[in-house]
Write a protein that binds this ligand. Structure first.
Ligand code: AMP
Ligand code: MG
Length: 337
């Protein structure tokens, strides 16, 4: 078939119209903020830029408030630091938000057999992975034993009027759960601003809602040993959380051995069974965060435990072998590199 110049122009402009119609919705709006020691990336789809930016600003402010309320670092005074300085045996009443998250954290501590502990603060401060000056060598065995003596969940007691710590080595540390909680609160704020399609990604820990211009969001999972490479990917739409704990996030090498920031409360030493632990669940990034840390500590035997909680587990062990739970909410597509 031959076309006259005019017909040709017409079909060209029609094709252009169709193309424009396909992408005539508003562009994605992306913004980043540095919160909780990590770059938090917001992607909002399907709404006008001003509306998206207002929502993102409000969500980021809320996440910053959560960091301020829960951190045990820096000079900002908060109830968590006050608890950590309280007299052992004395009951301290905690603000509702802290009390709620601590109850959740205590439940995961029990369900994970102590692999996750929200009272690991003395050990975290001793190892110093989250201090401004990164450590370069491990602490002494004596110092580890002392800090470890307070890190067992049994050393934290819930009383009628609050909580008490039984030892001056028992210190709260929400580092393994507060980021997930902040993500959940950030998503709540986005939803209240009328956002239905978004990803809130806090350094690889994320929750997504809705979809991307009518198609599923596509999420890559970082390779624990190849910087910049992915281990594989997921496709998802709806309200899903994907949270990963990895030994590549904060670590040092000392005398040929890797020391990383996720500690085994039973030994006081960096957990050595895993290199990357991912938990996937509907909606709840708080629980996914707590359980990804527990899974990292437990290694392969944690995989069915996470499955029994109704969540999906994906674990790369210390030898690089991939283990997955029977329960699959999202199929995992391994990269072919
Ligand atoms: P995540 O990256 O979510 O696995 O959290 C790691 C952070 O949680 C560390 O930087 C510590 O502050 C804290 N943490 C380390 N080990 C544990 C543990 N076994 N249970 C609870 N919190 C931990
Ligand atoms: Mg965690």
């Amino acid at each position: 078939m031959t076309l006259s110049v005019q017909q040709h122009r017409l079909s060209l402009s029609m094709a252009l119209c169709l193309l424009l119609a396909a992408c005539s919705g508003p562009q994605d709006v992306r913004e980043s903020r540095f919160i909780m020691g990590t770059l938090v990336q917001f992607t909002v789809a399907g709404v006008e830029k001003d509306k998206a930016l207002d929502a993102i600003r409000a969500a980021a402010d809320e996440m910053q408030r959560i960091e301020d309320d829960f951190t045990i670092y820096g000079t900002h005074a908060n109830a968590v630091k006050a608890f950590n300085a309280s007299t052992p045996g004395q009951t301290v009443s905690l603000p509702a938000g802290v009390d709620d998250l601590l109850r959740m954290a205590r439940d995961v501590a029990h369900q994970s057999g102590g692999a996750f502990s929200p009272v690991i603060g003395s050990l975290s401060l001793l190892w110093g992975f989250s201090l401004p000056e990164a450590p370069a060598s491990p602490p002494s065995d004596d110092a580890i034993a002392r800090a470890r003596s307070g890190s067992d969940i049994g050393k934290l007691v819930m009383a009628q009027a609050g909580w008490k710590r039984l030892s001056n080595q028992t210190m709260l540390d929400f580092g393994a759960i507060a980021k997930g909680y902040a993500i959940d609160r950030g998503i709540d704020v986005l939803k209240k601003h009328g956002i239905a399609n978004a990803i809130l990604d806090a350094g690889g820990d994320l929750r997504m809602i809705g979809d991307h211009q009518g198609k599923p969001w596509r999420i890559g999972l970082r390779h624990p040993r190849k910087p910049g490479a992915t281990l594989g990917w997921f496709e998802a739409s709806g309200d899903i959380s994907i949270v990963t704990s990895g030994d590549y996030e904060r670590f040092f090498i000392y005398q040929g051995r890797r020391y990383q920031h996720i500690l085994d409360p039973a030994t006081g030493m960096p957990a050595g069974l895993s290199s990357s632990a991912t938990v996937i669940t509907a909606a709840n990034a708080t629980l996914a965060d707590a359980w990804s840390t527990a899974l990292f500590v437990l290694g392969e035997k944690g995989v069915p435990l996470v499955g029994a909680q109704g969540m999906q587990a994906l674990l790369v062990d210390a030898d690089g072998v991939l283990h997955q739970s029977k329960l699959t909410l999202l199929p995992f597509h391994p990269s072919t590199q």
